[in-house]
Design a protein around this ligand. Structure first.
Ligand SMILES: [Zn+2]
Length: 389
């Protein structure tokens, strides 16, 4: 917060009304009692506000008869607001000088005072932090926040960062780090200084949990209604080696299945779509993450499926091809991070995404899978599934 400048003088100087006199008003319809005197607005008739600095004006009034006095302001300029008897606000650069009217009433008689608000340029503008007060992080994923600030006098304010969570560090204006599992949300303090004035901001870093309680307990829906069929030939049977959200392995908080398809097994399209991308050139024994031969297919609803760990050089489709359920897209292989065992990894992703991370993965089951399903209607790790016609 910028340091407020209190320019309204309360009570000490009596009334300095616009035009040199106070206005005593009889409230319509209210008889003027013989012994009643009007109240007086006693707060100042003018204030000076500097651009980008907060100004505070406190209304005050007295009543010769000690009657209770109510104070109000019918209309305020948009950048000012009223709380109790206090008017405050911060004029932006270019704001015009303005005024407002204070009315003090004892219920029968009223006094009004027009308060002139002169808006001036300050000798030195304060720095202003322009980066967001909220940042989203996610467990186990890299996070960064860049603090930014401007100064109307020119030059770059100096930025200081404090209150970092234990998993983060600061370098210059940037906070980076990776929240571990269970990391709490936290608040980072940003202070920008021009040498004379400072601006500060508390940034809420909201850490999204990947404990799986929300995502992994999704009901996959009735398999009979699934738009997908098993990604292998009708009549063939394979085991799910690793299922969705497998807590101790590669599908930790992902929706994905590994089927134990051997080298050379035909991998077939699960749903009608158009081939989006093909990786076909990686060796089958490298066990190197990122070197997975994969066919990507986009469906009519924009969702994208990946058929992964295919055998080198066996892709049967090219980018732009249409594929239909049962069409062979490639042969099962051992490319990329397979852990040394050939298998098919299949995963579905949200419509239109270009980020194929865990949070964009979607649950899927298969309309022709003959085998057990759990209470969420997902295929069960260790169980085998035969592709029905
Ligand atoms: Zn997998």
């Amino acid at each position: 917060m910028l340091k407020p400048i209190i320019l309204g003088v309360v009570g000490a100087f009596g009334v300095v009304a616009c035009g040199g006199e106070t206005n005593v008003t009889e409230v319509p319809g209210t008889p003027n009692g013989a012994s009643n005197n009007p109240p007086n607005v006693t707060s100042a008739a003018s204030v000076v506000a500097e651009e980008l600095f907060e100004v505070v004006y406190v209304m005050a009034a007295s009543d010769p008869d000690q009657d209770p006095v109510t104070l109000r302001i019918p209309i305020l300029p948009a950048w000012l607001s009223l709380s109790g008897d206090t008017v405050s606000g911060r004029p932006q650069i270019g704001e015009s000088s303005t005024s407002f009217t204070v009315i003090a009433s004892d219920g029968k008689l009223a006094d009004t005072l027009e308060v002139a608000v002169e808006v001036r340029m300050p000798a030195n503008y304060p720095p202003l932090i322009t980066s967001a007060a909220r940042a989203n992080a996610e467990e186990l994923l890299g996070f960064s926040y860049v603090a930014t600030a401007v100064d109307a006098d020119g030059g770059a304010p100096t930025i200081a960062l404090s209150g970092l969570p234990f998993w983060a560090s600061a370098s210059g204006d940037t906070v980076t780090g990776t929240p571990p599992r269970g990391a709490a949300s936290s608040i980072i303090k940003v202070v920008a200084s021009d040498g004379q004035f400072t601006d500060s901001l508390l940034v809420s870093v909201n850490v999204k949990s990947l404990n799986g309680e929300i995502q992994c307990k999704t009901d996959f829906g009735d398999p009979a209604l699934s738009e997908y069929v098993l990604p292998y030939t009708v009549g063939r049977t394979f085991m799910v080696r690793q299922g969705n959200c497998f807590p101790n392995g590669g599908h930790n908080n992902w929706f994905a299945y590994d089927f134990d398809t051997p080298m050379g097994e035909a991998i077939t399209a699960s749903r009608t779509g158009i081939v989006r991308s093909v990786q076909n050139n990686f060796p089958d024994s490298g066990n190197v993450s990122g070197q997975e031969n994969t066919v990507w297919v986009t469906h009519s609803d924009g969702t994208i499926v990946r058929y992964t760990h295919l055998m080198q050089g066996t892709a049967r489709v090219a980018v732009g091809d249409s594929v239909f359920p049962g069409d062979t897209v490639g042969l099962s292989g051992n490319s990329g991070a397979t852990g040394g065992t050939p298998h098919l990894h299949i995963a579905l992703f949200k419509a239109g995404t270009t980020s194929f991370g865990r949070t964009n993965s979607l649950p899927m089951n298969f309309s022709n899978a003959d085998g057990p399903h759990d209470s969420l209607n997902q295929l069960i790790m260790g169980s085998s599934y035969t592709a029905l016609p």
